[in-house]
Design a protein around this ligand. Structure first.
Ligand SMILES: *[C@@H]1O[C@H](CO)[C@@H](O)[C@H](O)[C@H]1NC(C)=O
Ligand SMILES: *[C@@H]1O[C@H](CO)[C@@H](O)[C@H](O)[C@H]1NC(C)=O
Length: 356
């Protein structure tokens, strides 16, 4: 009896150990103090949104036509903790409210263009043209911008949306491998409509972003008001899956921010060619894997003297290759720059210059 118990306990211990090893990307060694916030770390994630707005789950006011239930394009952003796309119990920003009302992201994009310090990557998931469906995209986070936020408009609706505000993909010093979050409808607080298809009357003063529940708004006419149930089932789920971690890539890192989706795909292909099993590479090895393949150049020389002492001439300045690029690395920039110099006014003999 006693022996059996000891045996059982040791089996439990082994199981726990296995689980720890499996959770580690290196698959053997254990990094207990690994931190997400190292410089030069770049992590690539997939976001998948699965919606489940069906007549079966949400029978009340289920819109049958004009327009049928669907979801707008999803607009998302990765950022640091100083940024919020929206916050529960806070008023929605005008661009977010506009998105919640119209599904248009132009105003949002414009307002974000001025906040580049706190933002890192932007992503969009295609529209889902049915109540039940799915859509996905990819994005980057880095050591100083580890949170992700997104919004999707519920169509039709006055100003209802779904989304996540500031979900941190770094948990206890580790990048999350895979996480699924249940999603509930939200009200942007800008329109007084209670039903999916009600006309939009502006709410004055503007309300707060609130989670819509089976009891909120507390009105029998509300499309999500189900007094007979305690909790609404989630109307969607979002899953974030880590695809890859890239380490010691300071230069690529700065570039990623400016790249559009297609270019990013190219960059990723390049990264993968260089390091086929990057996801499993020991990040503590400290190899500056990318930058030693990139071209590096000297500072510009001083400008050469102007080619003409009288009239408009040219001058140039040069720089040298310090390290030429290797396969897959960033190629060298222009090594010579030319500009106009001088002017007619510098001429002692103006007449002489203008004799054709
Ligand atoms: C977010 O980034 C900005 C700009 O780099 C910085 O000023 C701010 O302190 C950062 N916030 C946090 C919480 O790290
Ligand atoms: C740069 O400018 C200098 C002075 O004008 C000239 O001698 C030289 O040929 C120029 N180099 C090139 C590559 O144009």
């Amino acid at each position: 009896m006693h022996t059996k118990l000891v045996l059982l306990l040791s089996m439990v211990a082994i199981t726990v150990q296995r689980a720890t090893a499996a959770g580690n990307p290196i698959g053997g060694a254990v990094f207990s103090e690994e931190s997400c916030h190292k410089t030069g770390v770049l992590v690539f994630y997939r976001i998948k949104l699965v919606t489940s707005w069906s007549k079966k789950l949400f029978p009340k006011h289920y819109p049958e036509f004009r327009p049928p239930p669907q979801w707008s394009m999803t607009f998302g952003q990765t950022h640091n903790d100083s940024f919020h796309l929206f916050q529960l119990k806070h008023p929605a920003s005008v661009p977010v409210a506009t998105f919640a009302e119209t599904g248009q992201a132009a105003a949002l994009e414009e307002s974000l263009a001025g906040q580049q310090d706190v933002l890192f990557d932007e992503f969009r998931l295609p529209k889902i043209r049915k109540g039940k469906g799915e859509s996905e995209a990819t994005f980057f986070v880095d050591g100083t911008h580890s949170s992700v936020s997104f919004i999707t408009k519920i169509i039709p609706s006055p100003d209802w949306f779904i989304g996540v505000d500031s979900f941190n993909l770094c948990s206890r010093g580790r990048w999350l491998e895979k996480v699924t979050i249940p999603i509930h409808p939200l009200d942007a607080g800008t329109s007084s409509g209670l039903t999916f298809t009600s006309p939009k009357w502006p709410t004055n003063p503007r309300g707060l972003v609130e989670r819509i529940t089976a009891r909120y708004p507390l009105h029998f006419a509300s499309s999500f008001f189900y007094p007979e149930i305690k909790h609404l089932p989630p109307i969607a789920h979002v899953t974030f899956t880590k695809i890859k971690e890239y380490h010691n890539h300071n230069n690529v890192h700065k570039k990623v921010k400016k790249l559009k989706y297609k270019q990013r795909t190219k960059l990723l292909r390049k990264l993968n060619q260089r390091q086929p099993q990057l996801g499993a590479v020991d990040s503590s090895s400290g190899n500056d894997i990318l930058s030693d393949k990139d071209c590096r150049v000297s500072a510009w020389s001083a400008w050469s003297p102007c080619s003409k002492t009288c009239g408009l001439g040219k001058r140039n300045r040069t720089r040298n290759v310090l390290q030429s690029h290797r396969l897959g690395g960033v190629e060298c920039p222009a090594l010579i720059e030319t500009e106009w110099c001088g002017s007619a006014r510098q001429c002692a003999e103006v007449d002489g210059y203008f004799r054709w």
